[in-house]
Ligand binder design. Structure first.
Ligand code: ADP
Length: 793
């Protein structure tokens, strides 16, 4: 049969892009597909989906489908991968890849975006390297003519890493890993309650053949007693070490024992460590004699819908992948899209694949230092944090000489946020391991000022480790938090209390009020010698509006709650289909939460305080909704969402906006407002907030420790002695409060001057199909939507 003719190339630099998911599925893959399809179309490309991974590429025909804008509607909230994935033996062999190349040419496809694990991306790279040879062979064997292959000389491939294990080198997180971690932590949280009731031990096996990320992070997030990971087996005798730690934890009064083991765990000589071996040891009648059970979590770890982080990671990386295709030249090395701390970037795919393979090789060769070295810095940081928090009171090597011991006060300021307790627990553990005295100040500065002398306990007391040890997964604030500023409590009184309690260092966990409080304390240092101590702050607020960082503890928990809420409410419209929900989000005068939630749920519009709302904008959005419902062919029955920040406008509240939409709809569709309110603070904090809390809190106390030989003058002259820790782009940094206050803070609006996420607004709009609408005149906007024609939401 004569080959079909490839379609002529698209005009200009436009491309025909194919999207494929391959290898093991992971939550978030659908978000990536949706983003590639919609953003690709927005940029004028034609986008195809290859179904069933490489198998579909080899088979061609019905497996390769051209996608329309509305085909991916509602995909953000679906688990697994809707375009299917498969393992494909044929693609390992050249004849299979030859067929794949022919199918690409016949469909006119000149760029491939693949979301998969290291296997899939290795295959992709091989395919690209062979590409010219494959085309030549297709011509030589008369499968294709030289004219047909001519426009396809350069194949562009871009990798997106979809994997629940987080096993790819070069990126901090893979699409799906935080969803899997959330599922594990949810299960461990359930198990803990029963373990504690019966005073039992549980051995929990999680996925990860060559990568201990899930086991380690779950251990940190849940405050497990012991973890086994492939990259770092215990240096000595693991049996003896585990029993010593578990026995110590039981001795101080813990009623439950949780051991988390990665499926690829082994000892330092490479012998597998199985859950049964651990169980036998814990249950040994002549040893710990614990009533021990094993739980193997298995495929639940893969299942379910993606968490908020995976949704916006997949979305932003999908957009970046399309940009990478459009900017590629024949010389550009094949990239994959990574994330380092908070920055999405392109990196060479070949190197990452090689490094990933090196980890497995290093583990096999029992070169564990190398294996750890090849993981990212967060991994090593978290590993060290875990060791610190489980070895409290056991490891003399960490102890400082007595003269270096400090009395470190810990205070929560502002509204409760997920991760505050985990941060406090980690800080206390670290202090105890080093010989410092951690002091709890209860109920913020208000509690400090008014109840410090109360009998019998007072607002200030030394932390009790057994109590704190149970806080890893607790929401709210166990030591109590309060919004009052030191100036309101009375600075003189506060300064005198610092003196009375001999406080050598201060650790604040809190939101914008915490930041404001720290600013006041810093400025009062000139006057009060007792305040000439090192002070640092870890931002914790659901609003994510603290200057000096792009991420605050609690903001991830909040986003997850909001996304869950939106999913549920969207679903509730499925019976009537024609409904718009206007959801009011918290966030103070920062539109971060509203925007990121909008990105994660595919909101048709997001209204922020940075931009404001005016009547023209509302009219344009309502006109758009009318058009959407008129042309809706009903592929997805879920409702549409608008997210409006609580302070976006003094006049246009969620209710008023919903009423206006209903009135204008003239009965053709419905509209309701909905206010999740304090639900957004979250019950149980998300694993990301918990693990980051531990890592950042320990860094804060380490930072305070560097000022052990303090003199008032040294402290006053060192701007870093009063600082805020933050994640800025690709780095974790301490920034001096003076600088942050003076250069980075928009005081009247209680938010950072340059909010890093402002550019994301155009992505929310373009992916939801919002047309270019008139914007309120605001000096803060600094952003104009691109004038492009979009599809319908
Ligand atoms: P993952 O991508 O999750 O690591 P696999 O290792 O199973 O999953 O890879 C998925 C598919 O990618 C394989 O079934 C195969 O079709 C293709 N693939 C993997 N490795 C290679 C390779 N070295 N050469 C060619 N194709 C490969």
């Amino acid at each position: 049969m004569a080959p079909a003719q490839p379609p002529p190339p698209l005009a200009g630099k436009k491309r025909r892009i194919a999207m494929m998911t391959s290898g093991g599925d992971s939550p978030g893959m659908n978000g990536a597909t949706r983003a590639v399809v919609r953003y690709g179309i927005e940029r004028g490309c034609e986008v195809f989906c290859i179904h069933e991974g490489y198998e579909g590429l080899v088979q061609g025909g019905k497996f390769i489908k051209k996608m329309n804008w509305s085909d991916v509607r509602g995909w953000l909230s679906e688990g697994g991968t809707l375009i299917g994935t498969a393992r494909c033996m044929a693609f390992y062999e050249r004849p299979g890849r030859l067929k794949a190349a022919k199918n690409m040419v016949l469909n006119g496809i000149d760029a491939l975006i693949i979301c998969g694990g290291d296997g899939s991306l290795t295959g992709a790279d091989k395919f690209r390297a062979e590409w010219p040879g494959l085309l030549q062979e297709l011509v030589e064997t008369n499968e294709l003519t030289p004219e047909q292959t001519e426009p396809f000389k350069h194949l562009n491939i871009v990798g997106l890493v979809g994997s629940i294990d987080n096993d790819m080198s070069g990126t901090d997180a893979t699409i799906g890993c935080y969803s899997a971690l959330s599922r594990i932590c949810e299960m461990v949280d359930y198990i803990e309650a029963t373990a504690s009731s019966h005073s039992r031990a549980f051995v929990i096996e999680v996925m990860g053949r060559h990568c201990g990320w899930l086991a380690l992070m779950a251990g940190v997030a849940t405050g497990a007693d012991f973890v086994f990971i492939p990259e770092k087996p215990r240096a000595e005798n693991w049996r003896e070490e585990m029993c010593r730690i578990v026995a110590k934890h039981r001795e101080i009064g813990k009623r439950k024992t949780i051991v988390i083991v990665a499926e690829g765990a082994h000892d330092k000589d490479g012998n597998k460590i199985s859950p049964d071996m651990i169980k036998d040891l814990l249950a040994d009648k002549n040893g710990l004699a614990l009533d021990t059970r094993i739980t193997t979590l298995g495929h639940v770890q893969r299942g379910g819908t993606a968490c908020a982080y995976d949704r916006y990671l997949a979305t932003l990386q999908g957009v970046e992948a399309v940009n990478a295709v459009l900017e590629a030249t024949p010389e550009t090395p094949t990239p994959f899209i990574a994330i380092t701390e908070n920055k999405i970037c392109r990196k060479p795919l070949v190197q990452a694949v090689l490094d990933t393979k090196e980890v497995a090789k290093a583990i096999e060769a029992q070169d564990f230092d190398k294996a750890m070295g090849l993981r990212d810095t967060e991994f090593t940081d978290v590993y060290n944090s875990f060791m610190t928090t489980t070895a409290t009171g056991l490891d003399d090597k960490m102890m400082l000489p007595e003269k270096k011991h400090m009395r470190i006060a810990i205070i929560h300021v502002g509204a409760p946020a997920g991760g505050m307790n985990a941060a406090t627990r980690a800080a206390v553990a670290y202090c105890l391991t080093r010989g410092h005295t951690p002091l709890a100040i209860h109920n913020g500065f208000a509690g400090f000022a008014r109840h410090h002398g109360d009998e019998p306990i007072g607002a200030v007391r030394e932390f009790d480790w057994l109590e704190v040890d149970g806080w890893a997964s607790k929401g709210g604030s166990e030591i109590g938090t309060n919004r009052e500023l030191p100036s309101e409590s009375g600075m003189e009184l506060i300064a005198s209390l610092f003196k009375q309690y001999n406080i050598d260092g201060l650790f604040i966990v809190g939101g914008f009020e915490g930041f404001h409080a720290l600013s006041q304390l810093r400025q009062a240092r000139e006057k009060y010698s007792s305040l000439c101590i090192p002070m640092t702050m870890l931002p914790a607020t659901i609003s994510n509006n603290v200057p000096g960082t792009e991420y605050s503890l609690g903001s991830d928990t909040c986003l997850n709650e909001l996304v869950r809420y939106c999913d549920t409410i969207k679903q509730s419209a499925s019976a009537s289909r024609r409904r718009v929900f206007v959801i009011e989000s918290q966030g103070g005068r920062s539109g971060y939460v509203a925007t990121l939630a909008g990105l994660a749920v595919g909101a048709v519009a997001v209204y922020t305080p940075e931009e404001g709302i005016n009547i023209e904008m509302l009219a344009a959005d309502i006109a758009h909704l009318k058009q959407v419902f008129r042309e809706d062919s009903g592929q997805s029955r879920a409702g549409r969402l608008i997210i409006v920040n609580e302070k976006a406008s003094k006049v246009y509240s969620a209710k008023l906006i919903a009423d206006m939409i209903r009135e204008e709809a003239g009965g053709r569709f419905e509209s309701r407002d909905s206010i999740p309110g304090h639900v957004q603070q979250g019950g149980v904090p998300s694993p990301m907030d918990r693990t980051r809390a531990v890592r950042l809190a320990i860094k804060c106390i380490e930072h305070l420790e560097t000022y052990e030989d303090r003199q008032d003058a040294t402290i006053l002259n060192d701007p870093q002695s009063c600082s805020v820790i933050g994640i800025k782009q690709s780095k974790v940094v301490f920034t001096s409060m003076k600088d942050v206050e003076e250069l980075e803070t928009d005081w009247p609006n209680r938010r950072p001057k340059n909010e890093f996420w402002l550019d994301l607004r155009s992505t929310v709009d373009s992916l939801s199909g919002r047309p270019v609408v008139p914007r309120p005149e605001s000096p803060l906007v600094g952003w104009k939507a691109k004038d492009t024609k979009r599809g319908l939401a």
